[in-house]
Design a protein around this ligand. Structure first.
Ligand code: UDP
Ligand code: MG
Length: 156
């Protein structure tokens, strides 16, 4: 099972999209194993968006991420990183395919509702960045035997 980080950006909270976006991941079959509301700081954003530090939009991106709290979620599932990333859609909401979160809920390259981890390696780092060990919960979702085959669950 993989774990991945989702941040519901300040715009998701302000626009009342938190429930709808989380609901999409739940309905897909991803297990929510951690969730909390956070006010992000310059410090954590410098780390989280370090790969964009030399971009002209870096300062404005950080401001947009501090404009209101975010909801940090950790979802778990088989190949969860790629599944969640595909559900988010292309970075620019105007180019994101309909049916994706960005393609259904936004029109912007920056105000694009969600952050999702982009690789298994980065997901591990990002989950660690936003959640303490004791904030992640281990449980066996009752639905798993109806969502996955036994080999997908590693039970064979
Ligand atoms: N972003 C922006 N302008 C750009 C590209 C990205 O403001 O031209 C913002 C946007 O909010 C995006 C975030 O920077 O979600 C992180 O960029 P990244 O390339 O990692 O995109 P993502 O992984 O979020 O799709
Ligand atoms: Mg990214």
């Amino acid at each position: 099972m993989e774990k991945t980080l989702v941040l519901l950006k300040p715009g998701a909270l302000q626009r009342g999209l938190v429930g709808e976006v989380i609901s999409r991941f739940e309905k897909r079959g991803l297990s929510l194993i951690g969730i909390k509301m956070m006010q992000l700081t310059d410090e954590i954003l410098n780390e989280h968006y370090a790969h964009l530090a030399d971009k002209p939009f870096f300062g404005k991106l950080k401001d947009s991420m501090m404009a209101a709290p975010v909801i940090a979620c950790c979802f778990e599932g088989v190949e969860a990183v790629a599944v969640v990333r595909a559900m988010a859609g292309a970075t620019n909401g105007r180019q994101a395919a309909p049916g994706t979160i960005r393609g259904d809920y936004c029109m912007s390259n920056q105000q694009n509702v969600v952050h999702t981890s982009d690789s298994v390696e980065n997901a591990a780092v990002e989950v660690n960045r936003f959640f303490k060990k004791e904030e992640l919960f281990k449980y066996s979702p009752m639905s798993w035997p109806f969502q996955y085959s036994t080999d997908e669950l590693g039970n064979d």
